[in-house]
Ligand binder design. Sequence first.
Ligand SMILES: [Zn+2]
Length: 126
Amino acid sequence: MAARLLLRSAVRAAGSCRAAPVPALTRGMAAGGIPTDEEQATGLEKIIMKAMKEGSDPYSMMKPKEYAGSKVDPHLVPSITNKRIVGCVCEEDNTAVVWFWLHEGEAHRCPSCGSHYKLVAHELPH
Ligand SMILES: [Zn+2]
């Protein structure tokens, strides 16, 4: 008898106690919260964040893509001029760097190991 009374009151309580819809939590300034990095970024930082979202890397901040270094798949070296100096660590454990100038046009070979490097035009967003 007591169990039936408890069960009935519990069912009645559960039926009358509905959860109110909870508003979604936002951090945005429109809701009066703390602004996110995207909302408070301005100028160059905003340009960089937008480019990163689109998958581009305008300032070469990410790790460069790896190339085979062969004549068919040379290492691509971005440059804002028509030449750039390149340092090649020919072997992984070498302590000396071989420096040479890379000019616009055909791919150049490292004088020590023979890896190919090709200059590609790069424009800064500003
Ligand atoms: Zn080399």
